[in-house]
Write a protein that binds this ligand. Structure first.
Ligand code: C5P
Length: 306
Protein backbone atom coordinates (compact mmCIF):
# COMPACT_ATOMS: atom_id res chain seq x y z
CA UNK A 1 0.00 0.00 0.00
CA UNK A 2 1.59 3.22 -1.13
CA UNK A 3 0.42 6.70 -0.15
CA UNK A 4 1.56 10.11 -1.38
CA UNK A 5 1.21 13.00 1.04
CA UNK A 6 1.86 16.73 0.59
CA UNK A 7 3.78 19.36 2.56
CA UNK A 8 1.96 22.44 3.84
CA UNK A 9 2.59 26.12 4.12
CA UNK A 10 0.63 28.26 6.58
CA UNK A 11 -1.06 31.21 4.89
CA UNK A 12 -2.13 32.67 8.22
CA UNK A 13 -0.73 31.49 11.53
CA UNK A 14 -2.17 33.57 14.34
CA UNK A 15 -1.00 32.44 17.75
CA UNK A 16 -3.39 33.27 20.55
CA UNK A 17 -3.14 32.82 24.30
CA UNK A 18 -1.47 29.77 25.79
CA UNK A 19 -3.99 27.21 27.10
CA UNK A 20 -3.97 25.15 30.29
CA UNK A 21 -2.69 22.13 28.33
CA UNK A 22 0.37 24.07 27.12
CA UNK A 23 -0.86 24.45 23.53
CA UNK A 24 -1.76 27.80 22.00
CA UNK A 25 -5.13 28.73 20.59
CA UNK A 26 -4.63 29.23 16.88
CA UNK A 27 -6.13 30.39 13.68
CA UNK A 28 -4.08 28.32 11.27
CA UNK A 29 -4.85 28.52 7.55
CA UNK A 30 -3.19 25.46 6.02
CA UNK A 31 -2.43 25.13 2.30
CA UNK A 32 -1.19 21.83 0.85
CA UNK A 33 1.54 22.16 -1.81
CA UNK A 34 2.91 19.76 -4.40
CA UNK A 35 5.97 18.63 -2.52
CA UNK A 36 5.35 15.02 -1.53
CA UNK A 37 6.61 12.29 0.76
CA UNK A 38 5.75 8.72 -0.18
CA UNK A 39 4.93 6.16 2.51
CA UNK A 40 4.49 2.46 1.78
CA UNK A 41 3.24 -0.18 4.20
CA UNK A 42 3.60 -3.94 3.67
CA UNK A 43 2.54 -6.86 5.84
CA UNK A 44 5.43 -7.89 8.12
CA UNK A 45 5.85 -9.89 11.36
CA UNK A 46 6.40 -6.73 13.40
CA UNK A 47 6.41 -2.97 13.04
CA UNK A 48 9.52 -1.47 11.48
CA UNK A 49 10.19 1.92 9.90
CA UNK A 50 12.84 2.93 7.40
CA UNK A 51 13.44 6.43 6.14
CA UNK A 52 15.27 7.49 2.98
CA UNK A 53 15.59 10.71 1.03
CA UNK A 54 13.61 10.63 -2.20
CA UNK A 55 15.85 10.46 -5.29
CA UNK A 56 17.42 13.87 -6.05
CA UNK A 57 15.66 15.45 -3.05
CA UNK A 58 18.75 16.19 -0.91
CA UNK A 59 16.60 15.97 2.23
CA UNK A 60 18.72 15.34 5.36
CA UNK A 61 17.00 12.31 6.94
CA UNK A 62 19.61 11.46 9.61
CA UNK A 63 17.66 13.17 12.39
CA UNK A 64 14.42 11.29 11.72
CA UNK A 65 13.89 8.64 14.44
CA UNK A 66 13.13 5.10 13.23
CA UNK A 67 12.09 3.74 16.65
CA UNK A 68 8.73 4.06 18.43
CA UNK A 69 9.28 7.82 18.46
CA UNK A 70 8.65 8.01 14.71
CA UNK A 71 5.27 9.63 14.15
CA UNK A 72 4.41 7.18 11.34
CA UNK A 73 5.09 4.26 13.72
CA UNK A 74 2.79 5.87 16.29
CA UNK A 75 0.16 6.25 13.58
CA UNK A 76 0.45 2.57 12.68
CA UNK A 77 0.02 1.52 16.32
CA UNK A 78 -3.00 3.76 16.68
CA UNK A 79 -4.69 2.24 13.61
CA UNK A 80 -3.85 -1.30 14.79
CA UNK A 81 -5.32 -0.61 18.23
CA UNK A 82 -8.47 0.84 16.69
CA UNK A 83 -8.90 -2.17 14.39
CA UNK A 84 -7.92 -4.70 17.07
CA UNK A 85 -5.07 -6.17 15.01
CA UNK A 86 -1.35 -6.66 15.62
CA UNK A 87 0.71 -3.75 14.23
CA UNK A 88 2.68 -5.90 11.77
CA UNK A 89 3.96 -3.67 8.97
CA UNK A 90 7.15 -2.65 7.25
CA UNK A 91 6.82 1.07 6.69
CA UNK A 92 9.09 2.79 4.17
CA UNK A 93 9.20 6.57 4.03
CA UNK A 94 10.71 8.40 1.06
CA UNK A 95 11.16 12.01 2.03
CA UNK A 96 11.11 15.03 -0.25
CA UNK A 97 9.62 17.34 2.42
CA UNK A 98 12.37 19.05 4.48
CA UNK A 99 12.87 17.56 7.97
CA UNK A 100 12.03 19.97 10.84
CA UNK A 101 11.53 22.61 8.17
CA UNK A 102 8.16 24.10 9.11
CA UNK A 103 6.34 22.24 6.33
CA UNK A 104 4.81 19.52 8.53
CA UNK A 105 6.85 16.69 7.01
CA UNK A 106 6.57 14.48 10.12
CA UNK A 107 2.83 15.12 10.34
CA UNK A 108 2.53 14.27 6.64
CA UNK A 109 4.25 10.92 7.17
CA UNK A 110 1.93 10.18 10.10
CA UNK A 111 -1.12 11.01 7.97
CA UNK A 112 0.16 8.80 5.15
CA UNK A 113 0.83 5.95 7.60
CA UNK A 114 -2.73 6.26 8.95
CA UNK A 115 -4.15 5.91 5.44
CA UNK A 116 -1.70 3.19 4.34
CA UNK A 117 -2.10 1.01 7.45
CA UNK A 118 -5.88 1.43 7.53
CA UNK A 119 -5.99 0.14 3.93
CA UNK A 120 -3.47 -2.63 4.63
CA UNK A 121 -5.23 -4.08 7.68
CA UNK A 122 -8.84 -3.15 6.92
CA UNK A 123 -9.27 -4.49 3.41
CA UNK A 124 -13.00 -5.24 3.47
CA UNK A 125 -15.31 -3.73 0.86
CA UNK A 126 -16.69 -1.39 3.51
CA UNK A 127 -13.71 -0.34 5.64
CA UNK A 128 -14.33 0.15 9.36
CA UNK A 129 -12.28 3.34 9.43
CA UNK A 130 -13.56 6.18 7.26
CA UNK A 131 -11.46 9.15 6.18
CA UNK A 132 -13.23 11.20 8.87
CA UNK A 133 -12.11 8.62 11.45
CA UNK A 134 -8.54 8.97 10.22
CA UNK A 135 -8.73 12.77 10.45
CA UNK A 136 -9.91 12.33 14.04
CA UNK A 137 -7.17 9.80 14.86
CA UNK A 138 -4.66 12.24 13.35
CA UNK A 139 -5.46 14.80 16.04
CA UNK A 140 -4.17 12.32 18.66
CA UNK A 141 -0.78 12.29 16.90
CA UNK A 142 -0.22 16.02 16.38
CA UNK A 143 -1.92 19.31 15.66
CA UNK A 144 -1.02 19.28 11.94
CA UNK A 145 -1.79 15.63 11.16
CA UNK A 146 -5.55 15.99 10.46
CA UNK A 147 -4.81 18.58 7.77
CA UNK A 148 -2.28 16.30 6.05
CA UNK A 149 -5.03 13.67 5.74
CA UNK A 150 -7.46 16.26 4.35
CA UNK A 151 -5.24 18.49 2.15
CA UNK A 152 -6.46 21.38 0.02
CA UNK A 153 -6.74 24.65 1.90
CA UNK A 154 -8.36 24.69 5.33
CA UNK A 155 -8.84 26.86 8.38
CA UNK A 156 -7.72 25.16 11.59
CA UNK A 157 -8.83 26.38 15.01
CA UNK A 158 -8.27 25.07 18.53
CA UNK A 159 -4.66 23.89 18.48
CA UNK A 160 -5.05 23.79 14.68
CA UNK A 161 -6.72 20.39 14.50
CA UNK A 162 -10.37 21.48 14.10
CA UNK A 163 -10.63 22.03 10.35
CA UNK A 164 -13.00 23.65 7.88
CA UNK A 165 -12.20 23.58 4.15
CA UNK A 166 -11.65 27.00 2.59
CA UNK A 167 -12.99 28.05 -0.78
CA UNK A 168 -10.20 28.63 -3.32
CA UNK A 169 -9.98 29.37 -6.99
CA UNK A 170 -7.23 28.30 -9.37
CA UNK A 171 -3.68 27.41 -8.54
CA UNK A 172 -1.08 29.39 -6.59
CA UNK A 173 2.61 29.20 -7.51
CA UNK A 174 5.16 28.88 -4.73
CA UNK A 175 8.91 28.87 -4.33
CA UNK A 176 10.48 27.47 -1.15
CA UNK A 177 13.96 28.13 0.21
CA UNK A 178 15.14 25.39 2.55
CA UNK A 179 17.82 25.86 5.19
CA UNK A 180 20.61 23.77 6.68
CA UNK A 181 19.43 22.38 10.01
CA UNK A 182 15.87 22.46 11.33
CA UNK A 183 14.10 24.50 13.99
CA UNK A 184 12.27 22.85 16.87
CA UNK A 185 8.56 23.75 16.85
CA UNK A 186 8.24 23.83 20.68
CA UNK A 187 11.34 26.08 20.85
CA UNK A 188 9.82 28.54 18.35
CA UNK A 189 6.51 28.68 20.27
CA UNK A 190 8.49 29.19 23.50
CA UNK A 191 10.43 32.04 21.85
CA UNK A 192 7.11 33.55 20.73
CA UNK A 193 5.90 33.52 24.36
CA UNK A 194 9.23 34.91 25.60
CA UNK A 195 9.25 37.81 23.09
CA UNK A 196 5.66 38.68 23.98
CA UNK A 197 6.50 38.68 27.66
CA UNK A 198 9.52 40.99 27.35
CA UNK A 199 7.55 43.32 25.08
CA UNK A 200 4.58 43.28 27.47
CA UNK A 201 2.27 42.15 24.64
CA UNK A 202 -0.88 40.23 25.52
CA UNK A 203 -1.89 37.57 22.99
CA UNK A 204 -5.22 38.50 21.43
CA UNK A 205 -7.75 35.77 20.54
CA UNK A 206 -6.95 34.96 16.89
CA UNK A 207 -9.42 35.74 14.09
CA UNK A 208 -9.51 34.62 10.46
CA UNK A 209 -8.30 37.28 7.98
CA UNK A 210 -11.15 38.33 5.67
CA UNK A 211 -8.64 39.71 3.14
CA UNK A 212 -6.96 36.31 2.99
CA UNK A 213 -10.24 34.44 2.51
CA UNK A 214 -11.30 36.82 -0.27
CA UNK A 215 -7.95 36.47 -2.07
CA UNK A 216 -8.21 32.66 -1.88
CA UNK A 217 -11.79 32.59 -3.11
CA UNK A 218 -11.02 34.87 -6.07
CA UNK A 219 -7.65 33.33 -6.99
CA UNK A 220 -5.93 36.68 -6.40
CA UNK A 221 -2.21 35.93 -5.95
CA UNK A 222 -1.27 39.56 -5.22
CA UNK A 223 -4.04 39.86 -2.64
CA UNK A 224 -2.98 36.57 -1.08
CA UNK A 225 0.65 37.66 -0.98
CA UNK A 226 -0.28 40.86 0.83
CA UNK A 227 -2.47 38.99 3.33
CA UNK A 228 0.07 36.30 4.36
CA UNK A 229 0.90 36.47 8.10
CA UNK A 230 2.75 34.28 10.54
CA UNK A 231 3.08 35.03 14.26
CA UNK A 232 5.90 32.47 14.44
CA UNK A 233 8.00 34.44 11.96
CA UNK A 234 9.42 36.92 14.49
CA UNK A 235 10.45 34.17 16.95
CA UNK A 236 11.88 32.04 14.10
CA UNK A 237 13.93 35.04 12.93
CA UNK A 238 15.08 35.69 16.50
CA UNK A 239 16.37 32.11 16.67
CA UNK A 240 17.74 32.13 13.09
CA UNK A 241 18.62 35.74 12.11
CA UNK A 242 20.07 34.62 8.75
CA UNK A 243 16.51 34.01 7.48
CA UNK A 244 16.01 37.78 7.23
CA UNK A 245 18.41 37.80 4.26
CA UNK A 246 16.45 35.00 2.57
CA UNK A 247 13.14 36.86 2.95
CA UNK A 248 14.74 40.11 1.71
CA UNK A 249 16.07 38.32 -1.36
CA UNK A 250 12.58 37.01 -2.18
CA UNK A 251 11.11 40.52 -1.91
CA UNK A 252 13.94 41.95 -4.03
CA UNK A 253 13.35 39.35 -6.75
CA UNK A 254 9.67 40.20 -7.07
CA UNK A 255 7.79 37.74 -4.88
CA UNK A 256 4.24 39.01 -4.23
CA UNK A 257 4.42 37.44 -0.77
CA UNK A 258 7.22 36.16 1.45
CA UNK A 259 7.13 34.55 4.88
CA UNK A 260 8.63 31.91 7.10
CA UNK A 261 6.73 28.63 6.65
CA UNK A 262 5.16 27.59 9.96
CA UNK A 263 7.87 27.43 12.63
CA UNK A 264 10.60 27.60 9.95
CA UNK A 265 13.33 27.61 8.89
CA UNK A 266 11.97 27.07 5.36
CA UNK A 267 10.92 30.36 3.73
CA UNK A 268 7.94 30.48 1.36
CA UNK A 269 7.52 32.88 -1.56
CA UNK A 270 4.41 33.41 -3.61
CA UNK A 271 4.69 34.35 -7.29
CA UNK A 272 1.96 35.88 -9.39
CA UNK A 273 2.24 33.40 -12.29
CA UNK A 274 3.94 30.10 -13.04
CA UNK A 275 6.46 31.94 -15.21
CA UNK A 276 7.22 34.40 -12.39
CA UNK A 277 7.77 31.45 -10.06
CA UNK A 278 10.36 30.06 -12.48
CA UNK A 279 12.18 33.39 -12.63
CA UNK A 280 12.02 33.82 -8.87
CA UNK A 281 13.36 30.31 -8.24
CA UNK A 282 16.26 30.94 -10.62
CA UNK A 283 17.10 34.30 -9.03
CA UNK A 284 17.01 32.86 -5.50
CA UNK A 285 19.14 29.92 -6.60
CA UNK A 286 21.67 32.32 -8.08
CA UNK A 287 21.77 34.40 -4.89
CA UNK A 288 22.92 31.32 -2.97
CA UNK A 289 20.91 32.21 0.15
CA UNK A 290 19.38 28.77 0.70
CA UNK A 291 20.31 25.12 0.98
CA UNK A 292 17.90 24.34 -1.83
CA UNK A 293 15.24 26.14 -3.88
CA UNK A 294 12.07 24.15 -4.56
CA UNK A 295 8.99 24.97 -6.59
CA UNK A 296 5.47 23.79 -5.84
CA UNK A 297 1.85 24.55 -6.51
CA UNK A 298 -1.15 24.58 -4.26
CA UNK A 299 -3.70 23.57 -3.29
CA UNK A 300 -3.30 19.79 -3.75
CA UNK A 301 -5.21 16.89 -2.13
CA UNK A 302 -4.14 15.30 1.17
CA UNK A 303 -2.83 11.75 1.72
CA UNK A 304 -3.76 9.75 -1.38
CA UNK A 305 -3.31 6.06 -2.21
CA UNK A 306 -1.23 5.72 -5.38
O1 C5P B 1 0.79 19.06 18.12
P1 C5P B 1 2.24 18.96 17.84
O2 C5P B 1 2.90 17.82 18.56
O3 C5P B 1 2.58 18.96 16.37
O4 C5P B 1 2.88 20.30 18.40
C1 C5P B 1 4.27 20.44 18.53
C2 C5P B 1 4.56 21.53 19.54
O5 C5P B 1 4.15 22.80 19.01
C3 C5P B 1 3.84 21.40 20.85
O6 C5P B 1 4.55 20.60 21.75
C4 C5P B 1 3.78 22.84 21.34
O7 C5P B 1 5.02 23.23 21.91
C5 C5P B 1 3.63 23.62 20.04
N1 C5P B 1 2.23 23.95 19.72
C6 C5P B 1 1.58 24.92 20.47
N2 C5P B 1 0.29 25.25 20.17
C7 C5P B 1 -0.34 24.66 19.12
C8 C5P B 1 0.31 23.69 18.35
C9 C5P B 1 1.61 23.36 18.66
O8 C5P B 1 2.14 25.47 21.41
N3 C5P B 1 -1.60 25.01 18.85
Amino acid sequence: MSVRVPAKVNLQLSVGPIRDDGYHDLVNVFHAVSLFDQVTAQHAPRLEVRVKAAPYSRVAVDDVPVDEGNLAAKAARLVAARLGVEPGAAIRIRKAIPVAGGMAGGSADAAAALVACARLWDDRDRPVLTRDDLVELGAELGSDVPFAVLGGTAVGVGRGERLTSALTRGTFHWVFATADGGLSTPAVYAECDRLREIRGEAAAPPVVSEALMTALATGDAKGLGAALTNDLQAPALALRPSLERVLDAGHDFGAVGALVSGSGPTCAFLAETEEDAGDLAQALDGAGVARQILRAQGPVPGATVV
